[in-house]
Structures are given as C-alpha cells and as structure tokens.
Design a protein around this ligand. Sequence first.
Ligand SMILES: [Zn+2]
Length: 270
Amino acid sequence: MAVNNVNLDHQDTIQLIYFAAVLISLWVCEAVVSPVILKSKLNHTRVNLSFIITALPIQLFMIGNVLLLCNWTNNHHWGLFNWIPLHNNPWVYYISLFMLMDLCEYTYHVIMHKFDFLWKFHLVHHSDLQVDVSTTTREHPGETFIRTSFLMLWVFLLGPTALVLVLRQTVQTFANITAHTEFRLPHKVNRIVGLVFITPNLHQVHHHYQLPYTDCNYGDVLCIWDRLFGTYAELEPEQTVYGVDTHMEPHVNARFLNILKIPFQKLNRK
Ligand SMILES: [Zn+2]
C-alpha cells in the first residue's frame, strides 16, 4: 500500500509537541473562564504534570518496542487484520483498524477497572478531586507500563502499520485531552456528538466518585462500545462529584509522592 511509504521520522517529537500544544491551549482557555482560583489551579496542575516526569521515559521506551513489533507484524503479514475482507481498500483499512483499536482500548479500560491489582494503578487517575485538562497526565508510571504493554498485545493481534498508529495517536491525544476539560458541550450538541464520540460531558460521568457511574463510559475516542455493551450512562453536572469513594482525602490526593504509593497500599473497595 502506498501509505507505507509516508515518512514517519521524528514522530515521537512531533507527537510530544502536539500533545503539549493541545494541553496548554485548553489549559489557558480553562484558566480564563474557570471559577477556580488561579493559584489553586496552578498547584493542582503542578501535581498532575509531575507524572510526566515518571511516565515519559517508560512511554518512550515502550513506544519504541511497539514500533519494532509493528515492523515485525507488517514484514510477516501477521495480524487478524489480514483476514478482513477488502482490507486492501484504504477506506476499509483505516476505518476498520481505527474502530478495532478503539474497541481494544475500551477493553483495556474495562480490565483496568475490574481487577483489583490493575485498578489500584488506574485509580490514581480517578483519584483527582478536581478534573481538568491536567488530569490527562495524571497516570501512575505503573499504568503507563501496563497500558503500553497492552498496546503491544493489540498490535500483535491486529497488525496495523506504523502510520495507522500515528494517525490514531493524533486523534486519541485530542479526544483524551478534550474529554478531561472543565468545559461541557451544550446539551443539544452533546446529544448528537455523544451518539458516536466520548464528549467531556460523558467522560465527566466516568470520573464520578461512586459506582455505578465510575464503571460507565469507558470509551476512548468512540462511545459506541459503551452503548453496545450496556456501560453507557448520563449524569447531570450538579450531581457529579469527582474522585473515588475510597480515596477522597485531599491531603493524599494533592501530594505527588502520596499518590505514587496508592497501588502498593491495601484496597478496601466500597
Ligand atoms: Zn477509568
């Protein structure tokens, strides 16, 4: 396929700059209109951005492995994708692979919620009591390793090209950061966009502190899997409280080193 000849050099740097540009732009917009005091928002952001220091080396190392695996699967024509009818058609190729990878990310997210050992790493992300764009970066380095290991599994199973991974990462970065904004779509717009895509309104429900809402709206870019598998939910903003019911203490959730210890402590699910 001609798309394999596209130059993908320096993609790690380009993706990092793109991530920072989307994050900073939305953060500034939030800071301008947010009712939260700027000093408090800066402190909150500082804690969440600290996770980049621990996660970035792991992310870069593992993405290198993902690309090596990707080359191997492509060179050996390996992956379920080779059995999909009409897979040589670019439209079928990109749309079906994008959707299959989104289904894999949905599955990953469900698994992280359902097994206590994995949930203790993922709850670090959920333990934020004040969700804004900086929450996107609040990921325990252990989860970074687990997430990218699962990504290797999806690549091994599906066999996408590196270009598909880059295109998907570009969409995923935008979707993940916007899903965590303090902004909400107007009700009518959310009704339409939320038929297919995860919106901030829908992802905010996922950050509600109590079940069953924490275990709803798992979608990464698309919300069709939640609708299909019965994990779709709506909740009004005035009823939404951010956090996890087992970890609501601000003195724990606002200190980087305390948060890093959470996966290694005893968990008492409610
Ligand atoms: Zn989650």
